[in-house]
Design a protein around this ligand. Sequence first.
Ligand SMILES: Cc1cc2nc3c(=O)[nH]c(=O)nc-3n(C[C@H](O)[C@H](O)[C@H](O)COP(=O)(O)O)c2cc1C
Length: 418
Amino acid sequence: MKKVDDFRLHLGKHELVPLMIGGMGVDISTAELSLVAARLGGIGHISDAMVPTVSDRRFDTRYVKDKLKQYKFNVAESNKAVVQFDLNLLAEATRRHVDATMTAKHGDGLVFINCMEKLTMNAPRETLAVRLRSALDGGIDGITLAAGLHLGSFALIEDHPRFRDAKLGIIVSSLRALQIFLRKNLRSNRLPDYVVIEGPLAGGHLGFGMDWANFDLATIVAEIRDWLKAEQLDIPLIPAGGVFTGTDAVRFLEAGAAAVQVATRFTAARECGLPAGVQQEYFKTDEDNIEVNMISPTGYPMRMLKNCPAIGDGIRPNCEAYGYLLDAKGNCQYIEAYNRAVAAQPEARKVKVWDKTCLCTHMRNFECWTCGHYTYRLKDTTHRLADGSYQVLTAEHIFRDYQFSTENKIALPEPQEP
Ligand SMILES: Cc1cc2nc3c(=O)[nH]c(=O)nc-3n(C[C@H](O)[C@H](O)[C@H](O)COP(=O)(O)O)c2cc1C
């Protein structure tokens, strides 16, 4: 019976354990988590979501405070068009986050950054270009293009000196999305180095509609694999979403995948950015408490724990401090939903907003508990302690379990000293 360690992912000159920890914004996939994957010979991700905020926490900078101060005059306005990111500061924050991570990297593995197109930041093209370019400047090993079709993303960096040396990949959820990406990026004369195929059981935003349950990852992977073969294109495929055991991974590797991308199991790791209390909510949860809803202002369905504080919370939009989902005209679906709720309940001290959520504020405070479908199985990967809480794992334990386990087994950690 095969295990993940019997396979290797070849990316250029790199020979890697075929296990990639997916990007989880906002700093849920921390630098520490990504560095464990790299040390053990796999691939980890940091995320470029809200990097100025992450930098304030990690390096004691003041990006958020300073931006709020600059735009304080606009806080009560519903029109957020004036609120702009300073591109130099955005570049500085991204370079610092990436550079510090890469400097701390040891081992044969790689660290990539997850870059979401849906973070439109009131100037979609300009801010995306800065985020991509400064990640390359900071020495990142690779960039995974996420949450969007990224039809113009290669063009934004094709003159960068590292355009052909850094590994560049894209996340898709259908053959059609991949075909469009390849067609639109043809001009750059560069194929992606890998394609992550994310199925309907993944965490975060989904690349499906609310009919996500009608899709199946293995079927999409086979469809993309067969099409690439027919086109004589050799691009490593990396399925993601619901790969919960080493055996699940082996099934994909035997069917021709080059690696797998996983995330949910690592939300139970000590190195993960989720606060301890939130991690316990993930452990405790039952299947009934996990839903896919439409409250993300991005317009994509998102998987969440139903008891997360973000749902229904009518917080005043905080775009002067954040503003990561403002579109090119300074609109965000949450602002519209909030204004509707205020108009409907003019006397209320605090309104309830059910149809959308302020994702920036709630992700920043770890109150939007996005999660993968199999979060309810996390409790089976560890011990329940005498006080009723669950033992948090090390990322190394989880990584090794994926790497060496067989027969759908999950190795429990050494019990923690009482
Ligand atoms: C808490 C959480 C946050 C996530 N955030 C992001 C994100 O910011 N960007 C992204 O492309 N994918 C995100 N994902 C998706 C993962 O990177 C990964 O592809 C997917 O969850 C893998 O499936 P699994 O969780 O079943 O292992 C997130 C997943 C989780 C669980």
